[in-house]
Write a protein that binds this ligand. Structure first.
Ligand code: AVW
Length: 288
């Protein structure tokens, strides 16, 4: 009889307690990461970063021995358990330290509104280095990431879009990377601009204007040389003597930097002509 009662009490306890045990593992509403307007963290982010790190070291041994797993640790220290709209450039300081690299003088190539052309150009010549060709830029180019306040780990569902908030995980990273790149540049710093674009040659809120020009050290940078490149098939809306360029010249000089400008720099035009050889600009020397 007493055995029967003991079994009944045990069974009752299991029925009552089971939902509590199950519920303690189910995430409460409070623990759900916030929903943001941009895409979430890139799938396999850690593997991509570690792979790119080893790849870069094999392509450019001059970068030295980097701790590829330490780079991941520096990233998670910057964003884990934090609101992705509250990440500052300072949060990425450790990441900047573990990815440090010396770029030789006269090699820096900045850009605005020429993302595709400038990178085709540096691939073709290897005479210049854009931010995306540096170790840090190469690692993170095209990737998304952000943490969540509800716990460790990345938010794979959504992250703030670039303009969603001032101090977001992505824009603060690129501002930090751009500032570091410009601050450590020396000699002639080249800038590829788009002469066919509508409106200002560089947006007022562009990284070039707001971060890179103010970060250059006039003691180390001998000249900022703008290349104004028109689409080979498009309009010539801006050139070195147009209003937008003169305004940018003034802005550069206000930062105590020397300025020069060149229209349709020939080596870049030659690259444009690879796919557009029948355009007038590509046929300057015709042999009859
Ligand atoms: P860009 P930047 N919203 O061609 O001078 C979304 O104007 O700014 O050139 N994405 C943005 C925004 C924004 N408001 N602003 C910038 N981006 C991102 C680093 C986006 O990925 C290099 F060293 C866009 O495609 C260059 O010298 C890209 O920035 C300089 O910064 C370019 O915008 C180029 O930046």
């Amino acid at each position: 009889m007493s055995q029967h009662w003991t079994r009944s009490i045990l069974a009752l306890a299991v029925i009552i307690l089971t939902p509590c045990v199950v519920n303690s593992h189910a995430p409460s509403k409070k623990e759900q990461p916030q929903k943001w307007s941009g895409p979430g963290t890139s799938q396999n982010l850690r593997n991509i970063l570690v792979g790119r790190c080893f790849h870069y070291m094999s392509l450019y041994p001059d970068v030295g021995q980097k701790n590829c797993y330490g780079i991941w640790d520096a990233l998670i220290n910057a964003v884990y358990r934090k609101n992705p709209c509250n990440i500052t450039e300072e949060d990425y300081e450790q990441l900047a330290n573990v990815t440090g690299q010396t770029i030789p003088c006269d090699k820096t190539l900045l850009w605005s509104r020429t993302n595709d052309l400038v990178h085709r150009y540096t691939k073709a010549t290897e005479n210049f280095v854009t931010l995306e060709d540096t170790f840090l830029g190469f690692l993170f180019n095209g990737l998304m990431w952000c943490g969540k306040t509800s716990g460790p780990g990345m938010n794979f569902k959504s992250c703030p879009a670039w303009n969603a908030c001032d101090n977001n995980a992505i824009s603060s990273f690129w501002k930090m990377a751009s500032a570091t790149f410009a601050r450590t540049s020396c000699g002639v710093v080249n800038v590829m601009l788009n002469g066919s674009t509508d409106g200002a040659i560089a947006r007022k809120e562009s990284i070039l204007r707001t971060v890179e020009i103010p970060s250059m050290d006039p003691a180390n940078v001998s000249e900022v040389k703008l290349w104004v490149i028109d689409d080979i098939t498009g309009e010539d809306r801006n050139s070195c003597n147009s209003e937008s360029l003169l305004e940018l010249k003034k802005y550069i000089e206000e930062h105590k930097l020397k300025y020069s400008c060149i229209d349709n720099y020939k080596p870049v035009q030659a690259l444009q002509c690879v796919n557009n050889y029948d355009q007038a600009a590509c046929n300057q020397c015709k042999y009859q």
